[in-house]
Design a protein. Structure first.
Length: 187
C-alpha cells in the first residue's frame, strides 16, 4: 500500500493504525461511530414510522433511516465476540428487514403489496434497534445492570417483551394505516 509515508510495522494516525497493507480502526472510535449511527437510526426511524401513520414520507428522513440503520447493523459485525452469537443474528435479521424495505420503497416504489411490506419492514428494523438499545441499557446502566446482571433475569425479559408487544401493535397499525392512505407527499 502506498501512503506517501515511510511505514515500518505500525504507524498510528490518530484513531487509525496501519499495519502492512491493513488499516485498523481504533475500537473506541468504532464504538463511537456505531453509537452515533444507532442514535441517528433510532431518531430517524421514529420519524419514518410516524410518517407511516400520517401517510407522509420525508425522502430525507426515510433515506437517512435506511442508511443509518443499515450502517449500524453492518458495523455491529466489526465488534469481536466469541463466534456467531445472538447479536450477530439480530444484525442479520435487521439487514434482511432493511433489504425488503429498500426493495419495496425504491425498487417497487410502494406498488401493490410492497407498500405494506415496506411499512412492516421499517417497523421491524426500528424494533431491532430498540431491542439492542434495551440490551445495551441493561448492560451499561448501573441501575438496570443491577436488576439483570446476566440479561436472563425477569426485568430484562419483561422490558424486551413489552417492546415486542408494543412494536407488534405499532407494526400492525402502521401497515394498516399506510396501506389505506392514498398517495403520500414526499418532502
Amino acid at each position: 500500500m502506498t501512503t506517501g509515508v515511510d511505514i515500518d510495522d505500525t504507524v498510528a494516525l490518530s484513531s487509525l493504525s496501519v499495519r502492512g497493507d491493513t488499516v485498523i480502526l481504533d475500537p473506541s472510535t468504532l464504538t463511537g461511530i456505531h453509537t452515533l449511527l444507532s442514535l441517528a437510526a433510532l431518531t430517524t426511524g421514529a420519524l419514518a414510522v410516524l410518517g407511516l401513520f400520517l401517510a407522509w414520507e420525508s425522502v430525507v428522513w426515510t433515506t437517512l433511516f435506511l442508511a443509518t440503520a443499515t450502517a449500524t447493523s453492518a458495523t455491529g459485525f466489526l465488534f469481536s465476540g466469541p463466534g456467531f452469537g445472538p447479536s450477530h443474528w439480530v444484525g442479520v435479521l435487521s439487514l434482511i428487514a432493511l433489504l425488503f424495505a429498500v426493495i419495496g420503497r425504491y425498487g417497487y416504489r410502494l406498488a401493490g403489496p410492497w407498500r405494506r411490506t415496506y411499512a412492516i419492514c421499517v417497523v421491524i428494523a426500528l424494533y431491532f434497534l430498540v431491542f439492542v438499545a434495551i440490551a445495551q441499557a441493561f448492560a451499561k446502566a448501573p441501575a438496570l445492570h443491577a436488576l439483570a446482571p446476566t440479561g436472563s433475569e425477569p426485568p430484562f425479559a419483561i422490558a424486551q417483551a413489552v417492546a415486542l408487544v408494543l412494536f407488534a401493535v405499532v407494526g400492525f397499525a402502521a401497515a394498516r394505516a399506510f396501506r389505506y392512505r392514498g398517495a403520500f407527499s414526499a418532502r
